[in-house]
Design a protein. Sequence first.
Length: 402
Amino acid sequence: SESESETLILDFLRQDGISATKPAIQKLVSATSGDVYLIRQISQHCLERVRVRPSSRLRSRDVDLIINRFLRKEVFQYAPLLEAIRLIEEDPDLLQGILLLLAEESVPRSALPLPLSPDLDPLYLTGVVEIFEQDRYRLQNLIYHQFLRQHFSPDRVGRVLAMAGRWESAIDYLETSIQQGSQDFSSDLLPATINSIYASQDLSQAAHFLRRGLSAAFGVVDSQIWLRFPQMDHLRSIGTVDLSRGSEGGNDQEIPISADLLEARAYRTQVPIRGQEDEDNVLRAIPLMVPGSQPIGVVTISEQLANQPQVDLRERDLQITGFLNQATRALNAVKLRRQELTLAGRVQASLLPDGPPVIPGWQIAATWKPARETSGDFYDFVPLPKGRIGIVVADVKGEFRP
């Protein structure tokens, strides 16, 4: 507790005959409360500072200097905090909890992503939080707060969440990092976006992440993905069409390949085409190319007109092209995977009976509704001797596991 921490600090100082002003004691308590080892280490630094001058009185300014020096140098070798960082970064829910505590002075337990079991509290086990008022959490002291805030910068959080597959939140933090001035988007944001596309459950989600990458990394105002599917003579929009202010395709969900529209022309010619401009934005359609084959579709992007040197614009266009080349491979992988799953679902459905048997005096009904294209569920009706019917119901466990 804070009172116990204050008592311990005073004992350390009095052992060497050191007195301290009330503000200095208050700062020491605020900075180290709840951590005996940290109290001992910071108090020792206070003793060393006071001993080298005639006055044996510890002042508030002394404490500020000692804390700042500790945060600049020694904190990176302080084992309890390093272990806490390891635990937090291994569990994205713990990380989300710490971020909430950094944003708020205290947080009720119900607002934290913690397990419901009263016997297991992984956040408390990190050693950096304390529980007060029965069900509220806060960080133990100022040194913990400042170190964790410094360590968990937006780019760091984004990388950790990306490794955990929390793509939406990861891109949020990496985008914030760019907005705060980080220029290292190519090594963090773009790979996270590409991986999020590969990991997408369906094409709509994949298109969503592609649009997020264009917006976050390149400042694209708006974008829309159009794909061509086998045996189709048109481009189909994926996700919500939100380019009515510029798209030549308007709000239609399909564009014929033969149409004299921006997207169709870009698809047929396989080269980017610049479209109409208004006072602020320009529209471009860029074919989504897979090496050695026809385009799989087109992305329409709406960008702000920029008064930048042509060299800078050319470099940006090359970066967008490189990103779209990788994103197209990922998008095509999701497309093929969905097609394979759809085919697998049809094959699986063909193994089911066409309908229930007709038995006088009985009414038999059956339905099969997989959550996705396929499932581990199966049923059948098996004729048995003497006019009997066997009913088989099966549920395969462990699907999607190698």
